[in-house]
Design a protein around this ligand. Structure first.
Ligand SMILES: [Zn+2]
Ligand SMILES: [Zn+2]
Length: 424
């Protein structure tokens, strides 16, 4: 009897796919990510590869794992390969396989929360380094660091933000960073030179309560609904640019409602005959680096949550939009950035094709590295793959995962061998 593909994979405990599955099986979803097990697993892997390991803790219970392969010239700016340890939550009942089972199906798809975002790249970095270390012909000129950070999915305040500002980070003398990107639906890999920045906006409306039967002006619900209509119109105006092909999704300002909260609770649900005196809504707003933050703030205070309509707002700005000089936070992808062509050549040498560099619609830890003035690209080599981050049934195909290791071998070898002047 010929074993099925999945039986073969399960038998082979000592393979890159099996190590990917083991990492995926660690429960790293918020609100209680198991960082301890993740770090312990990764440390074991790193030691088996022969990398130096160091665990840092800038906030209690929020460990950062740092791995190092010392280069032949440690005085040169180093290469940093970054990924995050944590994942967003999953709703198991809506998945075809449990989200932390890393189920391998007969098509070679590995199902798990984190399969694309971004445990794939964490293991691919390690497997690429494992292969490079076992090849006698390679030894890096520049030092290679690998970082595994906590809390990316909740804003990175206790993760990348603290790490990038630390003395330890300064000492790494990082010249170039690779961080996560996104899957590509065609056979070109995507690469990202900037992120959008999240502004988490909570708007609250107040008004006189009243009998459920009464028509009157200025109820909290009415005040909130007026704002929501305006925000929906603004959302549509931005979406129209995308639909008309004038701008990419990531180049406009998105305003998406994520929760609504109001009403007076009762044992059977909500009181139905009282119009409540308070109502609240939350929005995920994302600004591209080219957006004018002051204009958006003005719009919020004058149109979306005006005091004249008995409204207040709270804005949680999750990271920078501009660099320290006030310029949009972007990594050049032209000849002014010597790392760019080395990276591009590395991808091409592996037989890969790169799509035109883009802004990422979502947000990564890369923004904290860019803010330190370090050129940083978002790159997750997943071609011909549906984009499933934060969705149900997130998966990655075995062949795509394995090809990514080869791509990183080529890219890491090119970047760490780069002998030229790497200053921008
Ligand atoms: Zn994510
Ligand atoms: Zn991610």
């Amino acid at each position: 009897i010929t074993p099925t593909k999945s039986q073969q994979q399960q038998q082979d405990q000592d393979s890159p796919i099996s190590r990917f599955q083991q990492y995926l099986q660690i429960q790293t979803a918020h609100p209680n990510p198991d960082y301890t097990s993740a770090i312990s697993f990764l440390t074991t892997q790193a030691l088996s590869i022969g990398l130096e390991t160091l665990t840092l803790e800038f906030t209690p219970s929020k460990p950062v794992l740092l791995l190092t392969w010392r280069g032949r010239d440690p005085s040169l700016p180093s290469l940093l390969l970054n990924s995050h340890l944590d994942s967003v939550p999953a709703e198991p009942s809506k998945w075809s396989h449990p989200p932390f089972s890393a189920h391998f199906d007969s098509d070679g798809r590995i199902f798990a929360r984190g399969a694309q975002d971004d445990k794939c790249i964490g293991i691919q970095y390690l497997e690429a380094l494992r292969n490079l270390r076992s090849s006698s012909s390679f030894s890096p000129l520049r030092t290679i660091h690998v970082s595994f950070l906590p809390d990316e999915e909740i804003g990175g305040a206790d993760g990348a933000a603290k790490f990038a500002e630390s003395e330890e980070f300064e000492k790494l003398n990082v010249g170039f960073v690779l961080d996560e990107g996104q899957a590509s639906m065609n056979d070109e890999f995507r690469v990202f030179y900037a992120d959008r920045t999240p502004w988490w906006l909570v708007v609250r409306a107040f008004g006189m309560p009243g009998h459920g039967s009464r028509m009157y002006d200025n109820s909290a619900m009415e005040n909130l609904m007026k704002s929501m209509e305006m925000m929906a119109r603004y959302r549509e105006s931005q979406f129209d640019f995308v639909k008309a092909g004038v701008a990419a999704n990531s180049e406009v300002i998105s305003v998406n409602p994520v929760y609504l909260k109001s009403g007076i609770p009762s044992p059977t649900g909500f009181v139905m005959n009282v119009q409540p005196s308070e109502a609240e809504a939350g929005f995920d707003v994302r600004l591209p680096p080219t957006a004018d933050p002051d204009l958006v703030k003005k719009r919020i205070s004058e149109e979306w949550a005006p005091g004249t309509r008995n409204m207040t707002f709270q804005l949680i700005q999750r990271g920078p939009i501009r660099d320290n000089m006030g310029r949009p936070l972007m990594t050049p992808t032209n000849s002014s950035n010597p790392w760019w062509s080395v990276f591009e050549q590395g991808v091409i040498a592996s037989g890969g094709k790169l799509a035109k560099p883009e802004i990422l619609a979502s947000t990564t830890d890369a923004r904290f590295m860019r803010q330190r003035g370090i050129p940083t690209l978002g790159f997750s080599p997943m071609a011909n793959t549906p984009i499933l981050l934060h969705e149900h049934n997130e998966f990655l195909k075995d062949t795509v995962f394995l090809r990514g290791i080869k791509v990183y071998e080529s890219v890491i070898s090119a970047l760490s061998s780069f002998a030229g002047d790497s200053s921008l």
